[in-house]
Design a binder for this molecule. Structure first.
Ligand SMILES: CC(C)(COP(=O)(O)OP(=O)(O)OC[C@H]1O[C@@H](n2cnc3c(N)ncnc32)[C@H](O)[C@@H]1OP(=O)(O)O)[C@@H](O)C(=O)NCCC(=O)NCCS
Length: 301
């Protein structure tokens, strides 16, 4: 896919005062064409540099794990990556949008909207995303509305909480974990659970021999991420999270909880502070279950 953005020039303010450096910079950028191409593996180093520049902690390997699940687009000028966006499809009709980034010197010229259009205009799928403060106005203009909030918890774990009852998952548990994850998310997540089984750890809660909940854990950024957490209530969720926290004392840990899961005081007590409460936004009709207490990630939901 190749789209040249020529219409940026029409956004030039005819009254622009050339003595104002800000407007000069904008004008200069507007004169340059951007090329939108499909995201490929060889864009990974530039994309990682871009996300690092906006303060996100993704390593190149964290970007790379997204690609098998995603269709992506990059904006380039003179060979440099100035923008990225990914759409990750799960099942027949649900996708998440993630890694929407425009380099700081290029913002406010319509590139973010173009990247989103490249991913959305070709589909009528239902879409979910987690918005940042700078992304929210763009998403609202594209028809997204807030459906809830996350509670982003992170920090260096001071002590693993004493909560027992969860066990390491067995191979025979995978099908049930895939079912619980897909129901609570609203789309088929079998492949993502397979990835987690191969690249992280899975813990389960059982009742009468049946798996009734699970939680994943994997390496990410500067430490570990625990999620998704799908559980029948707070006590089960605590047992699943505590299972993964054991052995991570002194390490950086992150969890993106659904805010209504209400585990904040319990997590803060062990050094996992709440650093943000970003909005979850959706476009379309998506049904899920109430058992989803933490997401896999903000990007993949
Ligand atoms: C979010 C981001 C990608 C937007 O990129 P951008 O190229 O500046 O966006 P655009 O210029 O296409 O602007 C998109 C729309 O949002 C509007 N907008 C942007 N900021 C706004 C604000 N503070 N208030 C109201 N509207 C705003 C613009 O006017 C534009 O609307 P229009 O097309 O109708 O004129 C960019 O700010 C960014 O990379 N931020 C850091 C990373 C990030 O947070 N990404 C979002 C992840 S959820």
């Amino acid at each position: 896919m190749i789209v040249f953005i020529k219409n940026l020039k029409s956004r030039l303010d005819p009254d622009a005062d050339s003595t104002q450096p800000k407007r000069d910079a904008r004008k200069k950028n507007i004169m340059i064409d951007f090329e939108l191409t499909q995201f490929q593996e060889d864009h990974l180093p530039s994309a990682t540099a871009l996300s690092t520049a906006v303060g996100w902690s993704h390593r190149q390997t964290d970007w790379a794990m997204l690609l098998p699940f995603s269709t992506g687009v990059v904006a380039q000028r003179n060979g440099d990556v100035s923008g990225t966006a990914l759409r990750s499809d799960f099942g027949d009709d649900l996708s998440t949008i993630n890694m929407v980034i425009v380099s700081p010197d290029t913002r406010g010229q319509g590139l973010g909207r173009k990247l989103m259009a490249a991913l959305l205009d070709t589909t009528d799928r239902n879409i979910r995303l987690v918005a940042t403060r700078s992304g929210r106005p763009l998403y609202e203009k594209l028809g997204f509305h807030e459906v809830g909030r996350l509670a982003q918890h992170q920090g260096v774990l001071t002590a693993a909480p004493e909560f027992i009852g969860a066990q390491a998952a067995q191979l025979a548990d995978l099908a049930k974990i895939q079912e619980l994850e897909s129901q609570s998310f609203g789309g088929d997540r079998s492949a993502l659970i397979d990835w987690l089984a191969d690249n992280g750890q899975l813990a389960v809660m059982r009742s009468g021999g049946e798996v009734t909940g699970f939680a994943g854990c994997r390496r990410f950024g500067q430490g570990h991420v625990i999620g998704p957490v799908v559980a029948k209530g707070t006590q089960d969720a605590k047992a699943l999270i505590a299972h993964h926290l054991r052995g991570l004392e002194g390490e950086f840990v992150r969890l993106d909880m659904m805010r209504n899961a209400d585990l904040t005081p319990w997590l803060v007590e062990v050094g996992l502070f709440m650093t943000d409460q970003p909005p979850v936004m959706e476009r379309g009709t998506i049904s899920t279950t109430a058992d989803r207490l933490a997401v896999f990630s903000q990007g993949l939901g």
